[in-house]
Write a protein that binds this ligand. Structure first.
Ligand code: KG4
Ligand code: ZN
Length: 329
């Protein structure tokens, strides 16, 4: 690929994402083309603890953020001279982790006089659908299922959505992660359960998922049901692990699909999209064959989606005063 000289190529957006345990940077064009997307996962560092340790995450973001930004620029064959705006996740997420990315973005923007766009992580997940080569145009109904959130969103236009439903307790990804832990699988658990479930019988066990009013979700009960099932068969766990994983996954997917279809019926939405880490799940994707889902690597946390969201938001003035937020506003 021939490298466009400064000022001659398309406008480039540098995205930075450090809300949890992935240090990510990406270069995306204003038209939504991904020039590079680098994700450095710290999952192996957190695995021995069975979940993300916030302090460990912050420290590793600090070590990784600049090398990852450099790698993203190199892969895109770009320099900071080609960057028209810096996009960074402002929240929600782990506050110490977010602050590392935000501080790096502020420093780059300040040093190079580049406009800064703070991005909401959830808007980022939705904006993963707006990337080339097959961008989805609003309006659509969106299921956002990740480690921290399970939301049904009515997306009417770029950069805006109404929340139709949310989880009352655990997020779907959290249910996968906690279930994986009970099954003695590694962290993060969603992909592990997805893999093992392929070898198991999803009808072997019946794990009910609580039905709550409206369009909300609840996943704490299914995890407890799995715990009791495992306790009742300590000797056979090894032989039944795949069946348990398949049945557990079936219950979570069924709950997600049922509520999503109900929401589509209620709102009259013609198109359904699924985003977030759990949208990488093969059974969920198969159960909603007509739904639009980003490629799996854009479902889990990445910075291309953050850069994409910045295409529909304005840079902020006085950005040095911008603070991170842990919880959704
Ligand atoms: O979007 P994401 O990378 O981070 C958050 O914003 O939370 O989502 C991570 C979550 C984790 O809970 C992980 O177990 C889950 O997504 N996940 C999956 C799969 N891949 C990742 N869950 C089910 N099946 C998968 N294949
Ligand atoms: Zn996420």
């Amino acid at each position: 690929m021939e490298r466009p000289g400064p000022g001659t190529g398309p406008l480039l957006i540098l995205g930075i994402e450090t809300s949890c345990d992935e240090t990510a940077a990406a270069v995306v064009t204003d038209a939504g083309e991904i020039r590079s997307s680098v994700v450095s996962s710290q999952a192996h560092l957190h695995a021995p603890f069975g979940g993300v340790v916030p302090e460990v995450a912050s420290r590793h973001h600090l070590e990784l953020v600049l090398p990852v930004v450099r790698e993203a620029l190199d892969e895109a064959e770009a320099t900071l001279d080609d960057v028209e705006r810096v996009a960074v996740t402002q929240g929600p997420g782990l506050i110490g982790a977010l602050l590392v990315g935000l501080s790096a973005a502020k420093a780059l923007a300040w040093a190079r006089s580049i406009p800064l766009v703070p991005v909401d992580h959830l808007q980022g997940h939705v904006a993963s659908l707006y990337l080339a080569p097959d961008p989805l145009e609003p309006p659509f109904l969106c299921l956002l299922a990740s480690g921290g959130h399970t939301l049904l969103l009515d997306v009417q236009e770029h950069g805006k959505f109404d929340v139709l439903g949310t989880t009352l307790d655990d997020a779907a990804g959290e249910a996968f992660d906690k279930g994986a832990r009970l099954l003695g699988l590694g962290y993060p658990g969603g992909a592990e359960i997805d893999r093992l479930a392929r070898e198991g019988d999803p009808e072997a066990f019946v794990f009910p998922v609580a039905r709550v009013p409206g369009l909300d979700f609840s996943f704490s009960g299914v995890k407890t049901a799995l715990l009791y099932e495992i306790r009742s068969l300590p000797d056979e766990l090894e032989a039944l692990r795949a069946d348990l994983a398949a049945s557990y996954q079936r219950a979570i997917v069924r709950a997600l699909v049922q509520r999503t279809l109900e929401a589509a019926e209620r709102t009259g939405a013609e198109r359904i999209a699924v985003v977030g880490g759990v949208a990488a799940n093969s059974e969920l994707r198969a159960a909603l064959p007509d739904a639009v889902a980003p490629p799996p690597e854009l479902c889990t946390d990445n910075a291309a989606m953050i850069a994409s969201a910045a295409r529909y938001a304005e840079p902020v003035g006085r950005y040095l005063a911008v603070d991170a937020y842990a919880q959704s506003l």
